[in-house]
Design a protein. Sequence first.
Length: 578
Amino acid sequence: MTSGTRSADLPSRGLVVGRERAAARAMLKGAGYSDEDLGRPLIGIANTWIETMPCNLGLRSLAEDVKRGIREAGGTPMEFNTIAISDGVAMGTQGMKASLVSREVIADSIELVCRGHLLDGVVALVGCDKTIPGAAMALCRLDLPGCLLYGGSIQPGRFRGRDVTVIDVFEAIGAAEAGRITDDDLRALEDVACPGAGACGGQFTANTMAMAIELLGIAPLQSGGVAATDPAKPGVAAEVGRRAVDMVLAGRRPSTYLGPESFANAIAGVMASGGSTNAVLHLLAIANEAQIPLQIDDFDRISRRTPWLADLRPGGRYNAVDLTRAGGVALLARKLLEADLLVGQALTCTGQTLGDAAAQAAAASPERDGQDVVRSVGEPLSPTGGTVILHGSLAPEGAVVKVAGHEWRLHTGPARVFDCEEDAMAAVSARRITPGDVVVIRYEGPRGGPGMREMLGVTGALVGQGLGDSVALLTDGRFSGATHGLMVGHTAPEAAVGGPIALLRDGDQVTIDVEGRSMSVDLSDQEWADRRRAWTPPPAVERGVFSRYAHLVGSSAQGAVLSVPGAGDGPPAAQARG
């Protein structure tokens, strides 16, 4: 194996080489490492395994396969842990406030272990939503050789002859409240919807971000598509371990292959797959750490030119495992490359270009005959992508709406205003929301929550009650990737900093115009001014991690990244990279 980095130049040599490092070597030998082990490149395995959800449950055993590959390639693996919060479990509770905050803790904890132990590279094992961007942010901040490995999707459950996922349960809650199904039906669905390990099965946030990081180039193409319980997964993990050693020896850091074209490729994949609106938030944050210029309006620009091709839930018919059977992410990439909608010369962590990686993957896993999961560019599900960015008087900095799976493009209706998710959910459960309403949920932004909760409980209940095509919703919080309908999130500036959404009142006529890219309210300038003078900010959280987060977090329109007090106007990545 040719090397671009001499062993003597590896960061770990400062940890284990020399007479003065004898005590450190003694400690490491106490942990089971030999002199031979310590003479090799030290590769960290950042594991987000946890028992609080199925999404990351398979990562404990998967780490052993990555270790096997690292050892086979001449490296020494060192596994360590970070955290994970289950969005699906915490959804609809105060616990959901921890989810987005965990993204920053994940990034920080990986950074601290890698810096503290002078590791030469890292493989991050990821699953549920925030573990993917958190780990990617850490790699870019550290500018360390390595990659991400997604643990894979859950298999769909089976309920009365059809495939189901957790989104079916969220929507069934609303159906039960509306009397459309019984509680026994709901329990029967609940029992089978999540049949084992793996992340939520549609093109929800986890699978959206898994696709995005492959097209970004920070995960090997086709590595994430293999489902969590697929017998092929251990082999994929071992190969990733081998590749990680090559990345270290070649000196292949994120700064050597990530560029603006990489992020454009990732965004195009999100748009072509009808993916989660959370990708906007997370790709902005990753770009910030990589010091790559990226703006919220870049997502709309790329969406306008990118057709929706992958017929995936929640807007489409199929689950993530169906995409893998059809040909995987590489199949979607190939169709986009043929239409010049991806930059094929963009480099990846493996040293290949994206175009070469897609061609190699297509040869190994050709498109399945007769598949209709991924359409041709000439016969798309929609000529434009699945996500749109709105501005206007209610969202001067921007707001995000997913349009994949519905044709609803214009709505004007009376605002029904709630200052937290619980109040909105209570109104929905009590059947107080009527067709034509615009449900407004505010003070749920990054600072106001704090933590920018997802609203899947509310949106799922609305759909379950049969209101998904007649009630719009806007919030400064987020939506799950499983959300569908005219649901506008990430409204910025958020209510907690005095954004226009804070000034709305019940009955205000709100217009959401997708084609016009605007979201506005019919109020005079004088009325706005009067309400502005009367507004007072909400009380701040006084202690703990939420307090620190609320004081440091920025606008969702810039990725809800944390500022560095006293560091000037530069991005955090510019301060953190050593």
